[in-house]
Design a protein. Structure first.
Length: 466
């Protein structure tokens, strides 16, 4: 380890020490995350400027920064499957009406996710058209679009080998323990399915074998409490994770690519902002104050933005929905879990729509022609099932859409230069869609505590967690 790398590491830990001191002085959690976000950007910018002539020092520094940033992301990913299993199982066995509300709840969640995905696809098409985006123009900037196409053709083969009926079938796990380990075609949905099955089976024992049901309920409650205690610990680490992640982003991002493809980047974020406005309108329709909502959701959205992983953000999403917004545990967990792999507005809605809209003119197709538009939106909505909530999911969604439309999939390669920059906003939108879906479902199913949502105070449990 060189002297300069050591100095950079010391600077990072000095900022971490300041954030820890802020925690000890009970500075608001949101302010600490915001401070970490700003400090990370500044630190990354300084690293980029100071070591512009010796990028190897930056690379070595980032390797150590990854211990904090990627370490935090891995901790969250570690919690995803256990959290989904215990939360959904507990949500079902604690239902007082015997489970009649679960089917209705699931149907509402999926309907809202699919509807918002269709809307986001339309936004993507119209925004791309409004900005005059054209794949041929990007080709002249980036170079030969055929470069790297073989890699994407290989990915496409994996998708075409798994048609929609097969993907639906893979939701049923042949080995639930493998699904809990993240293995299989749709591990997250498989865990949701298995947890729902276990919870429903236990619920069926309530009247026939009450002693067995109560024993199982106590075991699951203990498991649930242990997992939530771990979640509480990991949540305390959020500012440190955001600091390291943002420092890495600013120090290593290809700002030249940012300038070259700025028009597409701008159009992408305009689409994201439009969808956030759509989300706000939905919240207003269902009686929520958007300002209060976003003030409470800020921590979740900030981490989703910096980490680029909807799945990794899941524990934080569920925690904020329950503790700050007053959404019941069952609705919070089911909405957030399903939103990880269904109806991602940014990655599976806006992005594939914009890519298709860019390519269509090069093939002599008007992307806003009603027949094409309807077909593309339906394909995008259906294709949004099973898109993983991690970095790279948008590329997979684009591959599915382009192949279904008969478009050349190799063209996806031209956008890789700015993929991380766009993916940050897309991931934030994905997570926000899951939270808005939870809010809507909670209101419809009468599982939302509006007094808690409108309150400016956080619960004692939450204050202990953060």
């Amino acid at each position: 380890m060189g002297l300069y790398v050591l100095i950079n590491i010391i600077v990072l830990f000095a900022i971490i020490a300041v954030l820890y001191l802020m925690q000890k002085k009970h500075v608001n959690f949101t302010y600490r995350v915001l401070g970490a976000l700003a400090a990370g950007l500044i630190l990354g910018f300084i690293l980029r400027k100071v070591y512009a002539s010796n990028i190897e020092i930056v690379n070595q520094t980032i390797i150590w920064y990854n211990v904090v940033g990627n370490g935090y992301v891995r901790l969250l990913q570690m919690l995803v499957m256990p959290l989904i299993f215990v939360s959904i199982t507990m949500a079902i066995i604690n239902i007082k009406d015997g489970g009649s509300n679960v089917g209705k709840m699931t149907l509402i969640i999926i309907s809202v996710l699919m509807l918002t995905t269709a809307i986001s696809a339309l936004v993507g098409f119209f925004t791309a058209k409004g900005f005059g985006l054209d794949a041929s123009k990007l080709q002249s900037i980036v170079g030969d679009i055929s470069q790297g196409a073989s890699n994407y053709e290989g990915k496409l083969e994996q998708f075409t080998a798994r048609p929609v009926p097969q993907q639906l079938l893979e939701i049923i796990p042949t080995n639930p323990f493998a699904a809990l380990a993240g293995m299989g075609g749709s591990p997250t949905l498989s865990v949701v399915f298995f947890a729902a099955l276990v919870g429903s089976a236990a619920l069926g024992l309530r009247k026939k074998k009450l002693e067995v049901f109560e024993f199982f309920q106590k075991i699951m409650q203990a498991f649930h409490d242990v997992v939530m205690k771990i979640v509480a610990f990991v949540m305390k680490l959020t500012p440190y994770g955001v600091l390291a992640l943002m420092a890495k982003f600013m120090a290593t991002s290809d700002l030249k690519a940012f300038a070259q493809l700025g028009q597409f980047l701008l159009a992408s974020y305009v689409s994201i902002i439009i969808m956030l406005i759509v989300h706000s309108i939905i919240l207003i329709i269902f009686g929520y104050n958007p300002i209060k909502y976003y003030s409470k959701a800020f921590t979740v959205l900030a981490f989703a933005f910096s980490s680029r992983t909807s799945a990794g953000t899941l524990p934080l999403t569920v925690s904020v929905l329950k503790e700050k917004m007053g959404i019941s545990e069952g609705v919070s967990n089911l909405s957030a879990s399903l939103a990880v792999t269904i109806g991602q507005n940014g990655c599976a809605g806006i992005y594939p729509a914009m890519v298709a809209a860019m390519i269509a003119p090069t093939l002599g197709i008007n992307p806003l022609e009603p027949a094409f538009l309807i077909k593309a939106v339906v394909i995008i909505a259906i294709g949004s099932f099973g898109i993983a909530g991690v970095g790279g999911g948008a590329t997979n969604a684009a591959l599915i859409t382009l192949s279904a439309l008969g478009f050349p999939v190799g063209l996806v390669a031209i956008l890789l230069g700015i993929e991380p920059l766009i993916d940050m906003g897309r991931t934030m939108l994905n997570v926000n869609d899951g939270m808005v879906t939870a809010a809507v479902t909670g209101k419809i199913c009468k599982e939302a505590d509006m007094e808690k949502f409108n309150s400016n105070n956080i619960s004692s449990a939450e204050s202990e967690n953060i």
